[in-house]
Design a protein around this ligand. Structure first.
Ligand code: CIR
Length: 260
C-alpha cells in the first residue's frame, strides 16, 4: 500500500534562490524558472487531492523551499530538525510556528544535527543517513523518538550524496526506488521490491510517492519505463532549477496524513 496524504506544507522559492548552497556544476539557477517549477509541483500535489499550506519565501533563507529538511512528520508528531548547515538552521522557525498547535512537537537538539533529506520512511521502517548534514548524535535522537513509537530504525553511512534520499526513496510500504548500491545494501535486505534506476539516471532515484502516483523528475525515460512496467502511475515534473541547487522532489514538501 502506498501512503495516503491529505495535506502538504511547502515554501516558495524566493528571488535570491540562486544564492543557496550547492555542490553542483550545472550552472546558475534561475529563480523565475524555479518559481514556475514550484508552482507546477504545488498544482500536481493539489491535483492528487492534497490541501496545501504555502509559506512565503524569506530572503534570509535562499534554500528555504527545501522544506523537507526542517521536520520529520510521523502521523500526529512533527520532529523539528537541527539542520546540518549553519546557513539553514533558522529555517526551522517558520515551520515550527506553522505546525505548533496542529501537531505534537519534538526537537532534535544540538550538538545533534539532522536534515530531513536523510530520513526515509518505508512503512514502519525508517532509514537514517549519516552525511555531512546529519551526525550520529542527531540520528540517535531521532532513532529514540521513532523506536518509542514502535518503528524499526536503521542508520546508514552515506558516502556519495548530500542526503540519503538523493539515492533512495520509498514507493509504498514495502518498495523502494534506488541506485544500484542501495539495492544490494544490507540495510534494505528486508524490503520486498526494489526498483533500480540505471547509473545514467541516478538523479531520478529521488521520487515522491503520493496517493497512488509517483512523481519523478522529467528527462529520465528509463526510470519512467521501469516504474510504469511495475504498474505505477507516473507524473514527470521539470526540476532543472532545483537540481542546480542539489535539490529534488521530496525536498520540496512535508506531507501529512491529516488535514493541517
Ligand atoms: C542544501 O544544500 O541544503 C540545498 N541547496 C539543497 C537541499 C536539498 N534537500 C533535500 O534533498 N532534502
Amino acid at each position: 500500500m502506498s501512503p495516503v496524504y491529505k495535506s502538504a506544507l511547502v515554501r516558495k522559492p524566493g528571488s535570491n534562490f540562486a544564492a543557496g548552497l550547492t555542490h553542483g556544476n550545472l550552472g546558475l539557477a534561475n529563480a523565475q524558472k524555479a518559481m514556475l517549477q514550484h508552482e507546477a509541483y504545488c498544482d500536481t500535489l493539489a491535483s492528487l487531492g492534497l490541501a496545501l499550506r504555502v509559506l512565503e519565501a524569506d530572503p534570509e533563507y535562499p534554500d528555504g523551499c527545501f522544506v523537507e529538511d526542517t521536520a520529520i512528520i510521523l502521523d500526529d508528531l512533527a520532529v523539528i530538525t537541527s539542520p546540518g548547515h549553519p546557513d539553514r538552521a533558522g529555517e526551522t522557525r517558520a515551520v515550527r510556528k506553522e505546525l505548533e498547535g496542529r501537531l505534537a512537537i519534538s526537537t532534535i537538539e544540538a550538538p545533534g544535527t539532522l536534515d530531513g533529506g536523510d530520513v526515509l520512511r518505508v512503512g514502519n521502517r525508517f532509514f537514517i543517513g549519516l552525511t555531512e548534514r546529519t551526525n550520529q548524535d542527531g540520528a540517535g535522537q531521532l532513532q529514540s523518538i521513532l523506536e518509542d513509537r514502535g518503528m524499526d530504525v536503521a542508520i546508514i553511512e552515506v558516502r556519495r550524496f548530500l542526503h540519503l534520499k538523493s539515492g533512495v526513496t520509498g514507493l509504498d510500504d514495502d518498495s523502494i526506488l534506488c541506485i544500484e548500491e542501495y539495492a544490494g545494501h544490507e540495510s534494505f535486505a528486508g524490503i520486498g521490491r526494489k526498483l533500480v534506476v540505471p547509473d545514467s539516471e541516478e538523479y531520478a532515484a529521488n521520487c515522491l510517492s503520493v496517493n497512488d502516483h509517483v512523481i519523478i523528475a522529467d528527462g529520465f525515460p528509463q526510470t519512467r519505463s521501469i516504474l510504469e512496467k511495475a504498474g505505477l502511475a507516473v507524473i514527470a515534473l521539470n526540476t532543472t532549477e532545483f537540481r542546480k541547487m542539489d535539490g529534488a522532489l521530496t525536498c520540496l514538501s512535508l506531507l501529512f496524513s491529516q488535514a493541517l
